[in-house]
Design a protein around this ligand. Structure first.
Ligand code: NAP
Length: 227
């Protein structure tokens, strides 16, 4: 299996590279030129395509002949970086490729997610301040997700809870909707977020799903199993 990891040099990206290599996959990592050194510990084991992830030429080269694409969607800046990245992947990945995108719980597909007031306010404040400082544009990730939802490709969007570092606890639990009691603990190890993304490549049940995830050892996930 040949997979392209778009955003490979980030924290989530590097965990995904390791999980993919552990499975014996051939890995192509796409990252910004200034971040190539962050992948030096994978030297000789992966192919790197350097460039902006919303550059269609860069993505076209990265995803060529890939069976799967793992794409980190981040709303950096105010130039539609996330939407441009998603669009480039949708336009250039082979038609049968499995496409798995990452984002946060705030993305909703059917409007049936239930958010707490603190979450809604935090999103509003971060969104407002981020745009004011021209650092992040949350709406850009919303637009990226909208384009993915409308596509005919074999996509999954994995929605991450709050994240922490630490040893793997195993494949996260997930639900179709934020607000489900199983997600109440709202914390996932980053390494396990990456694990869920990589495992999704081969999980046909997740095609056209928008799973919201939580660590499998968190109180809310454990109490669901005990039910
Ligand atoms: N952080 C959280 O608590 C959290 C919670 C829920 C969901 N998520 C989701 O998890 C995914 C990754 O999150 P993460 O926290 O683990 O971050 P991360 O792995 O550090 O990923 C950040 C990515 O953004 C790129 N990036 C950073 N600054 C940039 C800039 N100015 N312009 C363009 N690209 C830039 C990084 O590339 P370089 O290596 O080139 O810098 C890297 O690929 C995202 O999809 C996010 O929505 C995160």
């Amino acid at each position: 299996m040949k997979v392209c990891i778009v955003g490979a040099s980030g924290k989530l990206g590097q965990y995904m590279v390791q999980h993919a290599l552990d499975r014996g996959y051939q890995v192509v990592g796409v990252c910004r030129a200034k971040s190539v050194d962050k992948l030096s510990h994978f030297k000789g084991r992966i192919t790197i395509v350097a460039g902006a992830t919303n550059d269609t030429r860069v993505i076209k080269q990265g995803v060529a002949e890939c069976d799967g694409v793992l794409c980190v969607l981040v709303p950096w800046g105010v130039d539609n970086y996330a939407a441009g990245t998603a669009q480039a992947v949708l336009d250039h990945a082979p038609p049968d490729a499995r496409l798995v995108f990452s984002c946060g719980w705030h993305i909703t597909r059917d409007g049936l997610d239930v958010y707490s007031w603190p979450f809604i306010w935090l999103l509003k404040v971060v969104g407002w301040l981020g745009r004011l400082a021209r650092i992040v544009d949350i709406d850009d990730q919303v637009e990226a997700a909208r384009r993915v939802f409308e596509s005919d490709s074999r996509w999954t969007i994995v929605r991450g809870s709050d994240l922490e570092e630490g040893k793997s606890q195993g494949l996260p639990a997930w639900s179709k909707h934020v607000g489900d009691p199983v997600l109440k603990s709202n914390i996932t190890r980053r390494v396990d977020f990456a694990l869920f993304m990589v495992e999704a490549l081969k999980n046909e049940n997740l095609v056209h799903q928008v799973p919201a995830i939580v660590g499998c050892k968190t109180p809310s996930a454990v109490s669901r199993v005990a039910d």
